[in-house]
Design a protein around this ligand. Sequence first.
Ligand code: ADP
Ligand code: MG
Length: 688
Amino acid sequence: MNKLDENVQVLKGIGSFKAKLLLKLGIRTIGDLVYYFPKRYKDKSIITNIRDLMPDEFYNIKGTIQAKATESRSKKGLLITKYVVSDGTGSLVIIFYNNKYAKALFKPGDTIIFSGKTSLINNYISMECPEYEKISSNNINAFRIVPEYGLTEGLSQKEMRKAVYYALEYIDNTIEEVFPSDFRTKFKIAEINFSLRNIHFPDTQKNLQLALRRLKFQEVFFLQSYIIRLRGISTDQDTGIEFRATEEVKAFVSKLPYKLTGAQQRVLEEVLTDMSKPKVMNRLIQGDVGSGKTVIAFLALLNCVKSGYQGVMMAPTEILAAQHFETIKGYIELGLEDINVALLTGSMKTSQKKEVLENINNGKINIVIGTHALLSDGVEFNNLGLVITDEQHRFGVRQRAVLKSKGVNPDVLVMSATPIPRTLSLVLYGDLDISVIDELPPNRKKVETYFIGSDKRERLYNFVKKHIDEGRQAYIVCPLVEESDKLEINSAKEYCDNIKKSYFKDYNIGLIYGKMKNEDKDKIMESFKNGEIHIIVSTTVIEVGINVPNATIMLIENAERFGLAQLHQLRGRVGRGSHQSYCVLISDSDSQSVRDRLKFMTKTNDGFLIAKKDLETRGSGEILGTKQHGLPEFKLVDLSKDHEIIKTSKEAIVYLYRQNKIKECDYHKLEKYLDDEYAKITEEIALN
Ligand code: ADP
Ligand code: MG
């Protein structure tokens, strides 16, 4: 058995009692223990001469106890125990309060290391209640950089250190290193046994930094590797198609009713360059809501079709697929009438579907837009060259791989509507090249955002009515749908009933919530699009890129329940037409941090800025969505700070996977390790 998997009770000094305490910290095995990293360190490696002490500073001193302790009582009855300690350069008074055992701690002649803050008491330099450690051959509590751990009641810092120390001793540098040494040299990654020793008991600050770097690297690298396995691995070993219609695409761009933004031009250039190479394109286009990703997708499809291949674009919902279909038909009317576009969704009539499938198969259809229906076996292409997915759901998306398998090494373009900070996209999309559209088309009206308390709701409803009466539409978002939730939250259903009965009885209101059937959802969205419904009350399901330009009001109840990025996505549903739009955040929270967060929303519309702020205020597990996929959480990596290591890990990912180095024999151990761990993770997902 691997030593890491053994129970902590095999260690000296850990019996069933301590084992129980450790379990409270989630520590069961030796492995758990050595991967339980210190929260911080105290540098006790520097010992100061008593002569040099100044008041009110933190010091470590090493001195000999001069005499037995003296005890006295203060006026208020407090027990005071004092020792005098000297080190040949001077002496110092050590004071303990209300500790009847203090007088038996040391005897004259003992040499002790004291660590603590000095103070000036009766003109003497003193140390009150310092930490202390007797000198011995292996000092783990003093004379070094000392780790400090998160603890639980009944377990002391010293006991914890000892447990970790013995665990490391027990392992005795026998942990298998999965990264080959060439690889470690290339990416400047320290060895694993060295790193685990030095993250707990660093010999020097430099070694601590090396250990941290290694362990952070492996956190990111392993997570990226699992995500890639979830999604399906793509490499550029395989020869891809050289698309050669770049000039035709550029000629068409001048016919668009608008000028591409600088960012769009740059990203288009990146896409066309990729496509013209005899390698498979694996690219992510990231852009804020409304930054104009669809036209770039279309231009890539155009390049594909004009080069003689078929292209496909998959969207997460029927409405979005239909929306893309309409948009693309619009572009085709600008002089590209020879291109055939088709829509394929699950709700189409069988006869209709049959015809589309036939024409996809015989190559008459050049571009197919669709939903998951595209993945079914019946969909066979004549010569698929480009696969585009609108990646709305984080991962667990095996679809990309399935769709890809319908062609022979087609190029792949992934579009993400969630503006996420660069570090985060590097983690989530480590296997893709990334293009960012970081500019909005000009003359966009900014959505005006307000933050109000529920006492203003009546005024707000009148404001909504006024806009509906002028012909506009509104969204109202409530966080939960079941009233049984213990928190006092307006459930969407109840909310809907209420406003139907009172404020908005003369208006048409539709309700949308997560558990609803997709067809029902789509039906309501359709009537909203047609203008039959004035207000949609919903949970967060409308987050996904819906485009109803006539909707100008987004009202968010219990706004404190949403993350910033989510609020930004919701706000992105309005401000899509020529009318001024509004987003109103309602919250009665009196937490200052919540209020700051919501105020922040009223000040900026910049999705990337918002995502960055979000990252600083929430944990990475929550943002990455790793928890729900059973993936490991980051213990050391801070997404908002560790840019360098995340970049290094991405380079390593590209090196190993894209160039398929992982298949070489040097990497056999690493690959097997990742396969085994991934199998455990997927097993866990299956069990949940
Ligand atoms: P998203 O990036 O959210 O998918 P879309 O592609 O749907 O955004 O674009 C939003 C709107 O902006 C569309 O109506 C589109 O026609 C328009 N648009 C895209 N690029 C430009 C541009 N360069 N100038 C003006 N309008 C543009
Ligand atoms: Mg879009």
